[in-house]
Design a protein around this ligand. Structure first.
Ligand SMILES: Cc1cc2nc3c(=O)[nH]c(=O)nc-3n(C[C@H](O)[C@H](O)[C@H](O)COP(=O)(O)OP(=O)(O)OC[C@H]3O[C@@H](n4cnc5c(N)ncnc54)[C@H](O)[C@@H]3O)c2cc1C
Length: 378
């Protein structure tokens, strides 16, 4: 396992840095928005980085999606703007069920536009009641003649209201299916979700008798939709670790810049024992989380499903690290850490949801512990 990133990934990070530099002047405005920021969308489309989200046959850069490439890109983008990172990531999260389970016709219809950003994607799993316990969803897909009918509600869906299509997880008889629902479908209505502490494009979807053509809508085998959810997590969970690292690294740099220049008690604050300790612990924890994240991403590139527990460990470590590091950074920066919409205040708020979505820390620990015991007892 290499300890340094391959030069091709470092070149990709340079590309991402260029995009981040373009977005930087818009970041405060975009990160305060829960609707689409046109300037950020245009900059992302112009960068060509959305092409990382589909296979080469549909306009992508590699034969299959590369979790390392997506992870290191998110690390850079999230350090500048959560709106930018989210728009980048959701294009893959929302469309991966099509890549993994779609027919040739479905892929050809949707994926080239995902790669360019001509159409935006979203993934609908969570419901008003069902969160971590995904199998408790109550949205249903039922057969009516030659058609399928979708009824139910989805809540807290990223990109809802701006997406052109939704991949939706629904109960289908004794199993679950994933279906594509175009945003313009009759019977689909969308309302904003409650505002969250780190603004995010979020909406609630209601499906009232949405009629779907099975050939166009159903992804993969009917009743096997859970496999497509797991496949999506297997590729994208580690990328949340990448985004968390972006937050943690940016916070660390803010704190070090401040503590290295502000004098108190006759010396730079970085040389006051307790402050030095917080800086040193934070740096060491970010480096440790980064090594685990890159290793998990490499494993996921080889075999996404086999790497899921390592990706869960990386997501757990990196998101919890981001929480600790942003908190310490605010402490180190004193009153300057509290100024609304300053870089550090945004990072502090943005770190918080990362321990909840795409696998809450407690839920991840359950899976990791189960896998550990299984391996040891095998
Ligand atoms: C910014 C944001 C964007 C989102 N985007 C999307 C999206 O695009 N698509 C989508 O489908 N959903 C999305 N969600 C929803 C997200 O997936 C859920 O919030 C997440 O699955 C957790 O579900 P919950 O909020 O209902 O919490 P709950 O499931 O109620 O969990 C609450 C707490 O209990 C813990 N917990 C849960 N189960 C256990 C257990 N068995 N043992 C111990 N502890 C447990 C959890 O870790 C968590 O800390 C988004 C959420 C946010 C905040």
């Amino acid at each position: 396992m290499p300890f340094a990133l391959d030069p091709s990934y470092r070149a990709l990070q340079d590309e991402a840095r260029q995009l981040a530099a373009t977005v930087e002047p818009m970041a405060v405005e975009a990160d305060a928005m829960s609707t689409l920021h046109g300037g950020v969308r245009d900059a992302l489309a112009a960068s060509g980085l959305w092409s990382l989200m589909v296979p080469a046959a549909y306009g992508g850069r590699s034969e299959t999606l590369d979790p390392v490439a997506i992870t290191v890109t998110r690390e850079v983008l999230m350090g500048t703007s959560s709106h930018l990172d989210s728009l980048f990531a959701l294009q893959g999260v929302g469309s991966y069920a099509i890549t993994a389970g779609g027919s040739e016709a479905q892929r050809a219809q949707w994926l080239p536009d995902v790669a360019t950003g001509a159409r935006l994607a979203a993934l609908g799993l969570t419901e008003p009641v069902a969160g971590s316990d995904l199998k408790s969803i109550v949205t249903t897909l039922t057969q009516d003649g030659d058609e399928l009918v979708l009824d139910g509600e989805k809540a807290f869906i990223s990109n809802a209201g701006v997406a052109d299509f939704y991949t939706v997880f629904a109960r289908d008889g004794d199993g679950y299916s994933m279906v594509i629902v175009p945003a313009a479908a009759d019977g689909l209505s969308i309302a904003p979700s409650p505002e969250v502490i780190a603004p995010h494009i979020l909406g609630d979807l209601t499906f009232e008798g949405v009629r779907l053509d099975p050939e166009a809508a159903v992804l993969g085998e009917r009743g096997r939709g859970l496999d497509l959810v797991l496949a999506t997590l297997a590729v994208f969970r580690v990328s949340v670790a990448g985004a968390s690292l972006g937050v943690a690294q940016a916070a660390l740099e803010e704190a070090a810049r401040h503590a290295g220049t502000r004098q108190q008690f006759g010396r730079p604050m970085a040389r006051l024992g307790a402050i030095a300790e917080m800086l040193a612990d934070s740096w060491a924890e970010v480096e440790a989380a980064r090594l685990l994240t890159y290793r998990a991403a490499e494993l996921a590139r080889e075999d996404p499903r086999a790497a899921l527990e390592h990706c869960s460990m990386a997501k757990l470590m990196a998101s919890e690290t981001a929480g600790r590091v942003t908190d310490r950074a605010v402490q180190i920066m004193g009153r300057w850490g509290l100024i609304r919409d300053s870089k550090i205040e945004r990072l502090y708020r943005q770190a918080r949801p990362m321990r909840i979505y795409e696998g809450g820390s407690q839920v991840l620990r359950l899976g990791i512990a189960r896998e550990l015991v299984k391996e040891v007892l095998a």
